[in-house]
Design a protein around this ligand. Structure first.
Ligand code: FES
Ligand SMILES: [Fe+2]
Length: 377
């Protein structure tokens, strides 16, 4: 699946930039191949817009923010947080600004310290993380960086309890526990809930972080996948400590995702300094990153393209759920093969992309679905 080609992925929320970064001025981000810019309006609310002026297509991000409005660098037109042009320097004060002078803005809100953006009509809410509003928990921002892999590979990895023995050899992987003791997968409307238990080793830094001297311990896992690219991984330890990882792989383009990760813990800074928590999770994530960046970003949704085993159940269900979502939206999976023109049949994606831009059409089946046959060259 090439994420930029699946219109329905534009209808989910993604964290794109830490809200604190906007206090330095406007920022840019590439989301699903679309260049956007972000700034704070006069009430300090985040605004997301297409990085393209409606006049002569100049990049608005080369401009400046004036009184909470974005001013285009080319002719100085100014646009407010609704995308409406509110100032045209070339017009006389008594001349009305045409209503068509409008830039594309997107739904945009702050949550968990990040600016979340949806490029279309949202299908679901931003994932609810109960611990984020629980006063017993503190939030620690961990990572914000691009990974050269598909978000779906990371989602599957988080729920893959057969990989720690081989990937997390310097952190928590245990040779004695190549498979989980428990793995229960429940389908929800917009994702999965997975419960599991896994024996792990408990190295020195982690012994301090967890306040546990044992060399081995057990993780009781309560994990939720929020379609398409967010996971909440709650790790409960025998001493009552909960370490909750929240990770979104925000899709930048087909081959790269922005890794956004924070964690929530029910201990204090005195118990465990944040920098020690981050240091251990850094080591863990770098072990994953090395392997995941070696995988193919074109993750096949159909199950006959790659081989599977029983511990892959969560990943298999993720692929099935995304495939079902595409089908419900009248889309077909778009792969590298389509890009190379080596397929016998595909749906006309350009029509689907056009229909997606008109949000009023988004809940209707794609009226422009066209099947095209292409001969092998
Ligand atoms: S291109 Fe933006 S004001 Fe002219
Ligand atoms: Fe991992």
């Amino acid at each position: 699946m090439l994420v930029t080609q699946q219109s329905v992925l534009r209808r989910f929320w993604y964290p794109v930039v830490p809200i604190a970064d906007l206090s330095d001025g406007l920022k840019t981000f590439e989301l699903l191949g679309e260049k956007i810019l972000l700034w704070l309006d006069s009430d300090d609310r985040p605004i997301a817009a297409q990085d393209r002026c409606c006049h002569r297509s100049a990049q608005l991000s080369l401009g400046t923010v004036i009184n909470g409005n974005i001013s285009c660098p080319y002719h100085g037109w100014q646009f407010d947080g609704c995308g409406t042009c509110v100032h045209v320097p070339q017009l006389k004060p008594d001349q009305a600004i045409p209503a068509s002078y409008q830039i594309q803005v997107y739904p945009c809100v702050e949550r968990y310290g990040y600016v979340w953006v949806c490029l279309g009509e949202p299908l679901t809410d931003i994932p609810t993380i109960a611990e984020a509003t629980d006063p017993a928990f503190r939030l620690i921002h961990e990572f914000y960086e691009p990974w050269r892999c598909a978000g779906l590979r990371v989602m599957e990895n988080e729920f893959d309890l057969a990989h720690p023995t081989f990937v997390h050899t310097a952190t928590f992987g245990s040779e004695n526990h190549p498979i989980p003791d428990v793995l229960e997968v429940t389908e929800t409307e917009w994702g999965l809930q997975v419960r599991g238990t896994l024996g792990v080793v408990n190295p020195e830094l982690q012994q301090q972080n967890l306040g546990m001297n044992e060399q081995q311990t057990v993780r009781t896992l309560d994990m939720v996948w929020f379609m398409p690219f967010t996971v909440r991984l709650r790790i409960n330890y025998p001493n009552g400590l909960a370490h909750v990882i929240v990770n979104t792989m925000t899709p930048i383009n087909d081959s790269t995702s922005q890794m956004v990760q924070f964690c929530l813990r029910n201990d204090t800074e005195t118990d465990t300094p944040s920098q020690d928590v981050i240091a251990f999770d850094r080591a863990v994530t770098l072990e994953d990153k090395r392997i995941l960046e070696s995988t193919d970003y074109d993750v096949p949704l159909s199950l006959n393209q790659e081989q599977h085993m029983f511990t892959d159940k969560p990943g298999i269900m993720m692929r099935k759920k995304i495939a079902a979502l595409l089908k419900a939206q009248g889309e077909v999976e778009y792969t590298k093969e389509q890009n190379l023109g080596r397929v016998t049949e595909f749906s006309d994606q350009s029509n689907q992309n056009k229909s997606n831009q008109n949000t009023s059409n988004q809940d209707k089946p794609n009226q422009n679905h066209v099947s095209i046959k292409i001969l092998h060259s």
